[in-house]
Ligand binder design. Sequence first.
Ligand SMILES: [Zn+2]
Length: 447
Amino acid sequence: MQTKIALKGAANWLVKRHIGPFQYRRRWLDKTQWADAAQLEAIQTQLLNKLLRHCHRTVPYYRQLMDNLNISAEQECSLDILKQFPILTKADVLSAGNAMVSKKYPRRLLHTAYTGGSTGPRLPLRRDYISIGNEHAFVRRQFEWAGLGLSDRCAYLTWRSVANPNAADAKMYAYDPFMKELVLSTFHLSASTIDSYLEAMKQYDVQAMVGYPSAIYEIAKYLKTQGRTFPLRSVLTSSETLGMQQRQALQDAFECDVFDFYGSAERVCYIYTCEKGCYHILPEYGVTELIPCEGANEDCCRIIATGFWNYAMPLIRYDTGDLVRVSGRQCECGRSFPVVDSIVGRACQTIETSSGRVIGLTAIGRLFKNVLLRLADLPIRDSRFVLDDNGGVGFEMIVEQAFSNEDENNLSEIFSEELPNDLPVEVRRVEAFSRTVSGKVVSLVRA
Ligand SMILES: [Zn+2]
């Protein structure tokens, strides 16, 4: 596993930092963060026009849409032109298929990623290699705001796997010397393993922790019960809502500030906190529209966004499904970037296994996806993981008539190979998926 992590690190180091535009983009972002509102609008207008020309020339879906809407890509447009585009949903992108992908790039040169999160169908996302270097420059600016340079080592508690979920005595971490990342297994977090994680962090002289707040919080709680702290320069969290109480616990345990960030696999919107603790929408990343919600979430806004950088598969006015609370605040940090109060709608929950491991839903969602990917050969029409009211996990499936005892055995085998053995999952055959009385279904993953 150590070799695998190092090899992957070498590839990342080349693609993210050296082959593409990383160095150039980093210097650019260093300057643009101090631009005033008018300068930022000029930057956005220029980037949007470039993107629209590219879309009209090379992306079949947008060529047709823009022709239908009479939008000329060859004339300079203002940002208001976006209002003429319909809002794009995940379902639209799925049904458009390859028509969303630019014809400019040979298919074999594109990288394919899938949407993260824990609900809904997986969306394949094509990325060109130039966009990967640009993305990395945005990521590293956040690290710079958190006081971290390229040579500082960071520990990661995310979805990356360093050991099989059932391995009991394997090494639960691996170090990537290229990206200077110590990858810790989120799937083995328990009171009995945390000491070895902290030991590894000391051994590798780690300056910061990056990961899911639910996972890092487990370490903070452990340190508190031991009456200890583990001083770091900063903690960076993402993917789940960071609660006030969690933030405070992390600050106390690691004696540093916590920087939270929001991004998504679709790469249309990026929000991160500055040194003053404000959430800033990054205007150089794309155009982010905040559309007020109705009904139960009326104090929130939906994030609808257009990303500037992924030319392989541009998404215009994409509905991210995520919500924020807006703020009229100006931040004291001196940047003119818009501020939001908080990111909501990605509430974090954890599952405790029978042997005391605590795994966040975002992390375990990755394991569930591995299971669902392997079900393709079984006669199962539809399936999903759900969180039951008692905190347990259920697997509901609608099977075809041909579903046999042998299929049942194969299913058990897949479960035992992909999921922690101490996580009981109740398998249920159902005729159709239903909602609970409250109308709330916590659907973790659906194939
Ligand atoms: Zn600020």
